[in-house]
Write a protein that binds this ligand. Structure first.
Ligand code: XIL
Length: 315
């Protein structure tokens, strides 16, 4: 049976995929994406980000995000909101305006409460804060941290909670899937926020991996987070390789997908897995990591790869 149906039958909330608005004109792509036995959840790859939703101060545009939300509704799929506060795809009016702490606080509050409020009742979980840490575990020195210190995280989470009390609120990051300085920093942040009573429901582990280079202890790392009273999910899973693909790489990729999905299945508090689009046709990888690609379980022609069977065996 198909991926979401299998995940559901084993007690998970969803198996899902990212998607993006330009892809909506591709009928063959849409037929697979919209099959809710395959994907029970979708995430907008770009259209709910700050540059898309508030390109200039106080001017909100929801057309792209609404199209993804409406697709989820039509298909009977859960929706993950992505994201409220992130250093990237951030308009320069936020990063370069020299806002005071008080001004930036209200900018964050207005952005998060307007965007989360707009989708109130439609979103299972929101990535309220995306990628707060550097890989060495220090805080990313973006405009938010530089102006407000770590307090921007609770400012955003509180605004999101008030705007949609039923949405699960997440912090989302990469390179926190196995033991690392960054993982330790995220664990410490969860502990601190929980002890302060800041609303936080989940940690998203993006899961942008390289074939043959999965971190060890995937399951144990998920359990370290859930032990602190948050749920977890793999939110952006893909497993890239240096091109050209070989049979050996595709077979290793199959194993790696199995390993990652198995880790989620083994942890009760892991609610689901989202792949960062299902097909190599629309993967972000080749543009971001030159010379790498074929990271998804479906190929350029929308045919299933060995990786697909890896997911099935993991579920
Ligand atoms: C990526 C999108 O997939 C691309 O289309 C865009 O050009 C850049 O952003 N981590 C995240 C996602 O949290 O928002 C990123 O998405 C991939 C890395």
């Amino acid at each position: 049976s198909n991926l979401h149906a299998l995940a559901k039958s084993k007690g998970k909330l969803y198996f899902g995929s990212a998607t993006d608005n330009p892809e909506f004109t591709d009928a063959a792509y849409m037929a697979i994406l919209s099959d809710n036995t395959m994907f029970g959840q979708i995430t907008p790859g770009n259209s709910m980000k700050w540059d898309a939703t508030e390109p200039s101060q106080g001017q909100f545009t929801f057309s792209g995000g609404d199209a993804v939300a409406n697709l989820a509704k039509t298909n009977g799929q859960l929706l993950r909101g992505h994201n409220c506060v992130w250093y990237s795809q951030l308009p320069s009016w936020v990063s370069n305006s020299g806002f005071s702490a008080a001004e930036l606080t209200s900018v964050i509050q207005n952005h998060c409460s307007t965007v989360v409020g707009h989708y109130k009742g439609q979103v299972y979980s929101w990535d309220v804060v995306n990628e707060p840490f550097n890989d060495d575990g220090t805080w990313r020195t973006d405009v938010f941290y530089n102006t407000l210190g770590t307090s921007y995280v609770s400012i955003a989470l509180q605004a999101a909670r008030a705007a949609d009390p039923n949405a699960k609120l997440y912090i989302n990051d990469y390179n926190i899937e196995g033991p690392s300085a960054k993982t330790t920093s995220m664990l410490n942040l969860v502990q601190t926020l929980k002890s302060q009573g800041v609303p936080l429901d989940g940690i998203g582990l993006q899961g942008h991996f390289i074939v043959g280079e999965l971190p060890g202890n995937l399951q144990q790392t998920l359990e370290q987070f859930t032990a602190l009273g948050v749920e977890v999910a793999y939110t952006e899973l893909d497993i890239r390789m240096t091109l050209p693909a070989t049979q050996a790489l595709l077979t290793q990729q199959q194993k790696d997908y199995d390993t990652v999905v198995s880790a989620c299945m083994a942890v009760e508090g892991c609610v689901g897995v989202t792949i960062w689009d299902y097909t190599d046709k629309y993967s972000w990888v080749p543009q971001t990591f030159p010379g790498q690609g074929e990271a998804c379980p479906w190929d350029q022609n929308l045919a299933k790869k060995p990786a697909y069977d890896g997911i099935v065996s993991g579920l």
